[in-house]
Design a protein around this ligand. Structure first.
Ligand code: NIG
Ligand code: FE
Length: 404
């Protein structure tokens, strides 16, 4: 029964209260057994039964829950550094996509790669991601866009979840864009998603969520409604890429279909905020996509003021967000998203866990939850984000096991 002591501030981040309430404990301690937290509180109150246990020194540093990256596209073939250069030279993300680049160029590379090749690549990336303190991750398909290639990506995630200790959840994103062979008959592609892909994904138990890129250049509200309907019939919970490049009623659709989260939201309407708040849909901000596509950032303050909980994630993918630096996404959410460091901390832990329906198990340092926490070399959360130097992870625990 290990005990972690000598913690300057232990940010528990339990759900109670608002986004600013991270419920810090000064001079804290935490005890766990078999991967589950048993006790937390002030070190001076540590019960006798833990006094004799082996203890680990946090060195007077701060401790936070393991970070949760609730929106990534982890498995893909190739990279797109050429597009990065083109965007710097002035071509927009949409222009590049229309010229055959963008998502479709990654689809080509992903189709050409074998499951083993994709597995090796994603597995290497996942190890690097964990090193910065990410203990839970959501991973989407969406670069296969054929029955076999979508299943191939999702099988990679299944293998990773069996072989890695990191908590993983998978999302089917067959409706990411229309693949080239269906360019002239999008209805047939949507039928394929509904009639073949969703049933096959459910049959093999390969995903828990169904995501759709709802956007002028991708799928309409009506198309998305039909796909979500089919997904729900097969037990897949809706999630959306919504209102990123244009305000198209994506947030309203998220509320209507009972989505667990709506992500991006840079162009969200006032009505969308109201409806998401009413239905308890988590808003996920993805500031790294704004950074790399030179698009406006989401002002998260208006969501919080409207009663929406805001999670922070990377959107890691080879095009619009080719970095998996979640602490950087948090810092950008402070500076551009107008949230305080405490608010982004809750957004990358507790609310991110909610955005993937895992808040019963992870996202906060509480009795009964998975023993996932990080020892961060910073005085407090304000100083961590202000004097930004990456994750500053000294070491961490995942399911009670030490890493780094
Ligand atoms: O979340 N918005 C759509 N999909 C991804 C971009 C994927 C890509 O550019 O490959 C996103 O930003
Ligand atoms: Fe995305």
């Amino acid at each position: 029964m290990p005990v972690l002591k000598n913690i300057s501030t232990l940010y528990t981040c339990r759900d109670e209260g608002s986004q600013t309430d991270v419920h810090p404990i000064q001079n804290g301690a935490v005890a766990w057994s078999a991967g589950t937290i048993e006790w937390i509180g002030q070190e001076s109150d540590l019960p006798d039964k833990y006094q004799k246990e082996e203890w680990i020194d946090a060195g007077g540093k701060m401790v936070i829950p393991g970070l949760v990256d609730c929106h990534t596209h982890l498995c893909f073939g190739g990279w797109r550094a050429d597009e990065f250069e083109m965007r710097i030279q002035g071509r927009s993300y949409l222009e590049i996509a229309k010229a055959g680049g963008g998502i479709l160029s990654t689809v080509k590379a992903t189709r050409a790669a074998s499951e083993d090749e994709l597995y090796e690549k994603a597995s290497g990336l996942l190890k690097e991601i964990q090193k910065q303190g990410v203990t839970a991750i959501e991973c989407k398909s969406g670069y296969g866009l054929s029955l076999e290639d979508e299943l191939k990506q999702l099988r990679v995630y299944k293998r990773l979840s069996e072989e890695s200790n990191v908590h993983m959840v998978s999302t089917f994103l067959g409706a990411h864009t229309i693949p080239p062979e269906f360019k002239e008959n999008r209805k047939d592609y949507i039928n394929l998603v509904i009639k073949e892909m969703i049933p096959a994904v459910a049959e093999e138990n390969l995903a828990e969520f169904c995501d759709i890129f709802v956007e002028e250049s991708a799928f309409t509200i009506e198309e998305a409604r039909a796909i979500f309907e089919a997904g729900k019939k097969h037990g897949l919970t809706p999630k959306l890429h919504a209102d990123q490049l244009s305000s198209g009623g994506g947030a309203e659709l998220a509320a209507e279909v009972g989505a667990v989260s709506a992500d991006h939201l840079e162009q969200i309407s006032d009505e969308g905020i109201k409806q998401m708040a009413e239905k308890g849909v988590v808003g996920v901000t993805l500031p790294l996509a704004s950074l790399y596509t030179q698009q406006p950032y989401l002002n998260c303050r208006i969501l919080i003021d409207g009663g929406v909980e805001v999670a922070v994630a990377t959107d890691f993918n080879p095009g619009s967000a080719p970095t998996f630096d979640l602490p950087l996404a948090m810092m950008l959410t402070c500076n551009h998203g107008r949230l305080t460091p405490a608010e982004v901390l809750k957004g990358a832990t507790m609310y991110a866990a909610k955005a993937i329906n895992r808040d019963e198990k992870i996202g906060s340092i509480e009795r009964g939850k998975s023993a996932d926490f990080l020892i961060i070399d910073a005085e407090n959360v304000n100083k961590w984000m202000y004097h930004y130097r990456g994750s500053r992870l000294e070491f961490g625990f995942l399911k009670g096991n030490r890493f780094n």
